[in-house]
Design a protein around this ligand. Structure first.
Ligand code: SF4
Length: 428
């Protein structure tokens, strides 16, 4: 049976730089607009050259992210999607998402995108307060977001997602509550709710630890408020930051969290195929130049061991409310998770974890401290592995512990079921 894969297309251009953003993207002021035509040519060539590797895969999700894809130009987005359809087997019922910012796309363009096959929009609303939007460098108002939602519905989009951020400068519990309620009132099918992180190199960094920013306790309260109120509006939390009406969970993002295959195109784009992970050069100029010269653009590559994949299972699935199960873990990796479960029982006592029908998951309170908890769980997993690799030791039942299949299995065969990649993407 052919395997399914998700495709990510990176569009690293924005109209201007937001004060909190440390993603690599070129703004109009950085001269980014001048590079758009040659970038479009490069990424199309990249996808076409990849068509032999896409053969044998059924593409069931496509995600255009950035940057601001809506700033890139509708016809260019459609050209790239069409090249993907020609180069690979894009299933007719694929989830095809594009990120758009309010006020950066017209109704006519939304109609064109819908007709071309895009069927999901991720809209960067961020906040319902115009002063706050201005202070973080957003170039739209909340009224623009409302218009974009209305235009998208009229264009025929039945799957809309809104991004919102808590912990913004001068944001209070009240203004956050208004954002959550107003955005829920837009009746999006999906809402992503992110906590602001002040990163070095951003304009907001100078305000780190300043009283203009809500402190950790206030942020925790904001997050727990969103979880509670969104559930009352019919949005079920399915991941730390993501909430959806039934059946509208992001299929593409679920691939990342469930450890399924995805292939990225564009500078800095990551791929995970078979047991390998790789990413391309992050520099847009270098990406365009190297593609033009037919040179290798892989910057990082890693063949994941089964033990590393087992660690990813814990790390990624515990981001979701689907969580982890002892039986599933054993079936996939032939590993025990006694030490991990000991900790999960401890977390349950603190109200950070819960179990249901053999699956463990973090609670919203647990999600707030999940980085620390996952670090501890990975340590426990390593401890268990050390014990298992000494077969003369006895396990908790008093029986001799066996070497697991994990220790005996050969190193992963490599990308694409053992087929080597060719050309610029060649890994070996
Ligand atoms: S539009 Fe998005 S990617 Fe561009 S600068 Fe703002 S937050 Fe960053």
């Amino acid at each position: 049976m052919e395997k399914k894969v998700g495709i990510y297309v990176h569009i690293p251009f924005c109209q201007s730089k937001c004060a909190y953003c440390n993603f690599y993207s070129l703004s109009s002021n950085d001269g980014g607009d001048l590079l758009i035509p040659s970038y479009s040519t490069a990424i199309i060539r990249h996808i076409e050259e990849y068509s032999a590797q896409l053969d044998g895969y059924l593409i069931d999700t496509v995600y255009f992210g950035g940057g601001t894809p809506s700033h890139f130009g509708t016809s260019r987005l459609i050209d790239i999607l069409n090249v993907l359809k020609r180069s690979g087997h894009v299933l007719i019922d694929s989830e095809i998402t594009v990120e758009v910012n309010p006020a950066s796309i017209s109704k006519e363009d939304l109609i064109k995108l819908r007709r071309a096959g895009f069927n999901r929009l991720s809209i960067g609303v961020q906040c319902a307060d115009d002063n706050t939007l201005k202070s973080i460098g957003r170039t739209h108002t909340f009224a623009d977001a409302v218009s974009t939602f209305a235009d998208a519905r009229q264009a025929g989009f039945k799957n809309l997602s809104a991004d919102i951020i808590y912990g913004l400068p001068s944001q209070t519990r009240d203004t956050w509550a208004q954002t959550v309620q107003k955005v829920a009132g837009l009746k999006a099918e999906h809402i992503s709710c992110y906590g602001l992180k002040i990163e070095e190199g951003t304009e907001l960094f100078m305000f780190k630890d300043s009283p203009f920013l809500p402190d950790d306790d206030v942020q925790e309260g904001m997050y727990l408020y969103a979880v509670d109120i969104l559930s009352r509006y019919g949005y079920k939390q399915y991941e730390i930051s993501n909430f959806a009406r039934r059946g509208f969970e992001s299929k593409h993002n679920m691939k990342y969290w469930l450890g399924e295959d995805y292939i990225g195109f564009g500078p800095g784009a990551h791929s995970y195929v078979g047991q390998s992970r790789y990413s391309f050069t992050e520099d847009v100029n270098e990406y365009i130049e190297q593609i033009g010269l037919g040179r290798r653009i892989v910057e990082h590559e890693e063949n994941m061991s089964d033990f590393e994949n087992a660690g990813e299972y814990l790390m990624l699935r515990l981001r979701t409310t689907h969580g982890i199960s002892e039986e599933e873990y054993y079936n996939i990796y032939r590993l025990k998770m006694d030490f991990v479960l000991e900790l999960m029982h401890k977390y349950e006592e603190h109200g950070w974890a819960a179990q249901k029908e053999g699956r463990w998951r973090f609670t919203p309170k647990g999600f707030m401290v999940s980085n620390t908890l996952i670090g501890e769980l990975l340590e426990a997993q390593t401890k268990q592995r050390t014990q298992i690799s000494k077969p003369w030791q006895k396990d908790s039942t008093g029986e001799e512990t066996q070497m697991t299949l994990f220790d005996k299995r050969p190193v992963a065969a490599g990308l694409f079921g053992g087929r080597r990649l060719v050309g610029r993407n060649e890994l070996l």
